[in-house]
Design a binder for this molecule. Structure first.
Ligand SMILES: [Zn+2]
Ligand SMILES: [Zn+2]
Length: 224
């Protein structure tokens, strides 16, 4: 059973939510008994509930001692289900107290349709990153700090050939962009989930032999 089939049935989604809530409140004892879990999932008939537990087939929910707990894969799926996909009301772009390195205008941070972005009034947009709605529930400076962190993490993963969405494989190749801020970038597509990715050259250059050789010939260490 894949993740879509699990979440297609409300009872099974409720089981994940109940186990995630219990794990949050009791991190040292994340398992729930059959009857407690059935009650919290709102199912009266134990035979019917047993049927749904069996559908997990140990992949998202597993037996733990006398009860049931999330597997690592189940934790990830439950986090998605709990986070939801509703955008929080974050309002207009908020100033973050620093200036655009390209034009000197004040920078602001915004969150829209699951993406967090830092930009100036002249549309110099720095890398946008996907962020779950709970991550956007921060003050503007903190949101900008997390946006920067996510951008660096994404760039490092892509430069290392790891898809930032599914952990699959990506190959990137240089391509030019028609913007003054980022004239050159490396872009590619995940061979597993198909997500298009882009990464600034400073993250990729140290892994490209020709670039490292260019610096070496001039007696300069490639940036790490
Ligand atoms: Zn700017
Ligand atoms: Zn992927």
């Amino acid at each position: 059973m894949d993740a879509f089939e699990v979440l297609a049935e409300e009872t099974r989604a409720d089981v994940l939510r109940a186990l995630a809530a219990h794990q949050r409140d009791h991190p040292g004892d994340p398992a729930l008994s059959f009857s407690d879990l059935r009650e919290r999932a709102g199912v009266a008939d134990s035979g019917n509930f047993n049927y749904h537990l069996g559908k997990f087939d140990g992949r998202f929910v597993q037996q733990a001692g006398d009860g049931y707990a999330l597997t690592p894969r189940g934790v990830r799926l439950a986090a998605l289900a709990v986070a939801g996909f509703e955008d929080p009301a974050v309002g207009d772009p908020a100033p973050v107290g620093s200036d655009c390195p390209a034009c000197g205008e004040p920078l602001s941070v915004s969150y829209d349709e699951g993406m967090v972005a830092v930009a100036c009034g002249s549309d110099h947009v720095f890398p946008r990153s996907f962020m779950q709605p709970p991550g956007a529930d921060r003050d503007p400076d903190d949101l900008a700090r997390v946006a920067s962190l996510l951008g660096r993490q994404t760039a490092e993963r892509v430069a290392a050939g790891v898809c930032p969405v599914c952990d699959g494989c990506v190959d990137v190749a240089p391509s030019t962009l028609d913007t003054e801020l980022v004239p050159l970038t490396y872009t590619g597509t995940c061979t597993d989930c198909g997500t298009p990715v882009g990464v600034p050259p400073e993250f990729v250059a140290p892994t490209v032999p020709a670039v490292v050789a260019f610096w070496y010939e001039r007696g300069v260490d490639a940036p790490q």
